[in-house]
Design a protein around this ligand. Sequence first.
Ligand code: HEM
Length: 153
Amino acid sequence: MALADKGKSMLSDNFFDEIGGYPCLRRVHNLLYTKLFTHPWLKGFFAHTKRDVVESQQTDFWASLMGGPKIYGGRSPRDAHVHMFLPGEVFAIRHDLLAETLVEAGVAPLLREKWLALDAQFERAIVNKSLDECHGRYRTEAVIIVPRPADGK
Ligand code: HEM
């Protein structure tokens, strides 16, 4: 099923408007990326990433998935993360940080529930069971491995 169809089947047609459109997505992703870029373990995955770029890509990606403007023209989630070894714990930490963020951003409980259900659907595309599943996105790109630090929470 195409990504946009997957989103549509879970959400009402006007989910993007219900959450408050781009201002809400920008507020949520600003808070979320502050947490991701300072998390003792997850920040390692973003060491070579420009925050403003990834934040706006994320905002456009979710806008298109939620029934808003179709501006996102980047990679699919699987292709965007294939060069990182991302175990299930990393996905779960990010998912919990998103849950925390949605409360802080004032998103209503029912909308939070739907948003998180949609987010959870990407687990299979993003999580790797072994290093063999990872490779650079271009020939010379190295695979990023970030071991869990002692204070990795
Ligand atoms: C529902 C889960 C997730 C979704 C939907 C998602 C989506 C995306 C998208 C759309 C991009 C931009 C793609 C492009 O390059 O065109 C991206 C980039 C990125 N994501 Fe995720 N992501 C998710 C989870 C994660 C997790 C768990 C991590 C690791 C902590 C992560 C780390 C990154 C990094 C580091 C980049 C930037 C890559 C670069 O600098 O080229 N993502 N993500």
